[in-house]
Design a protein around this ligand. Structure first.
Ligand SMILES: [Zn+2]
Ligand SMILES: [Zn+2]
Ligand SMILES: [Zn+2]
Length: 193
């Protein structure tokens, strides 16, 4: 029984890796945990994808079911990790951490929202290229990392009043764009946190 559970957890992979889109995979699978029969203790934290594509990542540890969320966030070098960190930041999702880090994330989440609103407010009559530059400047001036290109495009489409850019990217990284759209809906919702 325990062995089966271990096998099941051991084999968990991100949807990206299961779909052989390894370059989109964030390594981070889910928050969770369970009894680790190899270490004889309960572990809870960031569940990591077990796909071989993460072998060279410094947080990969085959003896553990999960690692502290912070370890994943700070040290994972996998291709999709930045997008996932951004997504969690944007959604204001965090897991028990040092409170000052939580505060820093909140600050960045607010700054991102401010940047998007500033750009949208100033976008009338501007070309897409100009809006894009404004967006980049606003993000940078607030010390924010730029999201991936397709997320930027989704943001720009939204700013331009066309919130349905996903078709264009069908088959590429639809999920990421869908996430960006969900996020932006939240960003512009009145009184959003
Ligand atoms: Zn993989
Ligand atoms: Zn993976
Ligand atoms: Zn990794």
């Amino acid at each position: 029984m325990r062995h089966e559970m271990w096998e099941q957890l051991r084999l968990s992979q991100t949807p990206a890796c299961r779909g052989a889109r390894h370059l989109e995979s964030a390594h981070f699978y889910t928050m969770g945990g369970g009894f680790n029969p190899r270490r004889l203790r309960i572990e809870a934290g960031a569940g990591l994808c077990t796909c071989a594509c993460h072998k060279s990542c410094p947080v990969t540890d085959e003896t553990r079911l999960t690692i502290p969320f912070r370890d994943w966030r700070d040290r994972c070098t996998c291709a999709g990790a930045d997008a996932e960190r951004q997504r969690l930041d944007d959604a204001g999702i965090d897991f028990p951490d040092l409170s000052e880090q939580i505060e820093e994330r909140r600050r960045r989440s607010r700054a991102r929202r401010d940047a998007l609103q500033t750009v949208r407010a100033a976008s009338a009559g501007k070309s897409r290229g100009e809006i894009r530059q404004m967006y980049i400047d606003e993000m940078r001036s607030r010390g924010l990392n730029l999201p991936g290109e397709d997320v930027i495009d989704a943001h720009l489409d939204f700013i331009a009043g066309n919130p349905v850019p996903a078709m264009r990217l069908a088959g590429q990284s639809l999920t990421q764009v869908a996430r960006a759209l969900a996020e932006i809906a939240r960003v512009f919702r009145p009184n959003s946190g």
